[in-house]
Design a protein. Sequence first.
Length: 92
Amino acid sequence: MSATFIFLMLVLKLPIVGLFYIVWWAVQSPPEPEPVNDEDGGSKRPLSPRPRHPHPRPALPRNPRRGPHGTPPLAPPPRVRTVVARGRRVAR
């Protein structure tokens, strides 16, 4: 056994033991009593409900419509094979 092994196994474990002790001490402590006030502890707002925002928010723009609408799209052009492509196929 070397001094490094003893250092790593004992000295560096002390913070872990201290953490366990602090957690155990926090769990074992009695809960603190709540302070007693004669006031209701709430806010001083009136009892009538008020809107949070005095002005309504502006309406956001609507999403674009999906699907077909308006004039139908143009048809794609017909597929045409070139002479070079036909020549390659015949040569094989």
